[in-house]
Design a protein around this ligand. Structure first.
Ligand code: OSB
Ligand code: MG
Length: 369
């Protein structure tokens, strides 16, 4: 397959509520939306970049430049036998994995649509519904947190993740655990602690957590391997696992119990599936993280999360948890068993609301016929 046309859009789509982590705040999606044409087929994807390079090294502006100057020309020059050919075609470009992923997702959608198959089916998905939860940002005080968590539980979410940081870790987690003794609960530190904080982090062991996510540096595996035996709670890596090699190193070094897979962080669905398969062979569970995606990236995530080794609930909430109005016409809604239904139509299944997408587009660029 030859890609005939690529169109990129920078968007700004406000969130229903500001989202705060240990290191930054997100007030809305600053994603790059990708549209491609080949052989009469139109496909869509999303690089879920943020406004600032505070999660990883990328943001909307860096991905915009890298996609235009390097990745789009590489893709236009490639003759693709399958979506697996995209990652090798981009290999000369170091890092910049979200920029790569936005394009790679779109090529998967193209191939799935051409084959008349769903993306989940093309990837090897085995579930018709995926279990999900909510990632709850840092709140101004504990009463507010309990209200916010209670609201999500009332909506039917059966798993909660709390963002933590020094000064907002043991006490909020204790308060949520004491209020809901049976809740499936986990925490995410987004790289804010140091190995010297091990004894403090071990205080979280009292709260029967599903996992503690990425306590140490965003690019660390070595210190996590040292931390793991000092904690009783399962240790999960997010930021640190950016490629199949990083996953292999973490598994061989015994640096984690669980891996959070975000295909956007990893540079695409191909390498994300490789990590899924590698973890499965090692007996290590994975779960699907999120980057507060629009409905386009969300549909990609749901498809991937239907693979067999995604055995913990994902950070893939229903669209209305993020946006008052999304850029898709068929948002996901939460099923009563805290799941989302995996789309069965062709491609990833998101139907783009092109009029509303036009409204939230702040810049456009295109290449090709
Ligand atoms: O670390 O998992 C994270 C959002 C933006 C950047 C990083 C993270 C997150 C989330 C939200 O936790 C997950 C979601 O609901 O999309
Ligand atoms: Mg995380």
């Amino acid at each position: 397959m030859r890609i005939e046309r690529i169109e990129l859009r920078k968007i700004h789509l406000p969130y229903v509520a500001m989202f705060e982590t240990s290191g930054w705040r997100e007030t809305g999606s600053h994603a790059i939306i990708v549209r491609m044409e080949a052989e009469g087929i139109v496909a869509w994807g999303e690089a879920p970049t943020g406004e600032s390079p505070f999660y990883n090294e990328e943001n909307q502006k860096t991905a915009w430049v890298i996609m235009q100057d390097y990745l789009a020309p590489m893709l236009m020059a490639a003759d693709l036998a399958s979506p697996w050919d995209v990652t090798p075609a981009f290999s000369r470009v170091r890092g910049n994995r979200m920029a790569k992923a936005g394009l790679e997702f779109t090529v998967w959608d193209l191939f799935a649509r051409r084959a008349g198959r769903s993306l989940a089916d093309l990837l090897g998905g085995v579930r018709d519904r995926v279990e999900v939860g909510v990632s709850v940002g840092i709140q101004k005080d504990i009463p507010t947190l309990l209200k916010v968590v209670g609201g999500y539980l009332d909506e039917g979410y059966a798993r909660i993740k709390l963002k933590i940081k020094p000064g907002w870790d043991v006490e909020p987690t204790r308060a949520v655990r004491e209020t809901w003794p049976d809740l499936r609960l986990q925490v995410d530190a987004n790289s804010i602690y140091r190995l010297e904080d091990a004894a403090h982090l071990a205080e979280l062991d009292a709260f029967d957590l599903l996992l503690i996510e990425q306590p140490l540096a965003h690019d660390d595996i070595f210190d996590h391997a040292k931390l793991k035996p000092l904690l009783k709670s399962p240790l999960c890596l997010d930021e640190s696992i950016v490629s199949p090699d990083h996953a292999r190193w973490a598994i061989e070094m015994n640096a984690c119990d669980i891996i959070n897979i975000k295909p956007s962080r990893i540079g695409g669905l191909g390498d994300a599936k490789r990590i899924h398969d590698m973890a499965q062979a090692a007996g290590m569970p994975v779960w699907h993280g999120g980057m507060l995606e629009t409905g386009i990236g969300r549909a990609v995530n749901v498809a991937l999360a239907s693979l067999p080794n995604f055995t913990l609930p994902g950070d893939i909430s229903a669209n209305d948890r993020y946006f008052e109005r999304d850029i898709v016409k068929n948002p996901f809604t939460l099923n009563s068993d805290s799941t989302l239904t995996v789309p069965t139509g062709v491609g990833h299944g998101a139907v783009v609301d092109e009029d509303y997408l036009d409204d939230v587009t702040i810049e456009r660029w295109e290449v090709g016929a």
